[in-house]
Design a protein around this ligand. Structure first.
Ligand SMILES: [Zn+2]
Length: 181
């Protein structure tokens, strides 16, 4: 499975959220952990991984951010992010609540540490906004995409928020995962 930075460089492909085809049902092809819930550019993805690939989706910068984290591949990062949100959901909280205690507070600290890695993305490519990475890459379509040294350290951190059509979609899903876990 290609990392999101490579997907962003795919010329001529729309990176919008699409419904799953019947033959795409199964585990997410990025994290290999959760059931696929939607597809982006033909890749069947779970709700944690969808925003990491849906870089053409309006409002993507509110749902996900770029971080520099070369020692974790995208799927491993997604499994970690899922675990953080499930830990909060198991306590009836969301990771963005103002007051957190117990494991939810621990989860928030991990998220904050991951969010601090946005600085590494900004230093290397000048932004932590997925839409700007995508726009820059699209502007180069027809040319060989740039592959700066160490580009493979770029990851997309999904924040657990969702698009305006269903803002609580991810939190509701995390609550279900917490029950079944
Ligand atoms: Zn996934």
């Amino acid at each position: 499975m290609a990392d999101p930075a490579t997907i962003a460089a795919a010329p001529g492909r729309s990176l919008r959220i699409e419904p799953l085809e019947d033959n795409q049902k199964g585990l997410c092809c990025c994290c290999g952990h959760l059931a696929a819930a939607a597809a982006v550019a033909g890749n069947a993805l779970c709700l944690t991984c969808v925003p990491a690939y849906a870089l053409d989706e309006p409002g993507i910068d509110d749902i996900a951010t770029l971080i520099w984290l070369p020692h974790l591949e995208q799927g491993a990062l997604s499994r970690c992010v899922t675990a953080l949100h499930v830990a909060c959901a198991a306590e009836g909280a969301t990771i963005h609540d103002e007051t957190l205690t117990g494991r939810s507070r621990d989860a928030r600290r991990v998220l904050d540490a991951l969010l601090a890695c946005r600085a590494g993305s900004s230093e290397r490519i000048g932004t932590d906004r997925p839409s700007l990475l995508r726009a820059a890459v699209r502007a180069l379509e027809g040319h060989k995409p740039p592959r700066p040294e160490g580009e493979s350290g770029l990851r997309v951190l999904t924040l657990g928020l969702w698009f305006p059509d269903h803002p609580r979609r991810y939190f509701d899903a995390a609550a279900e995962w917490a029950k079944s876990g």
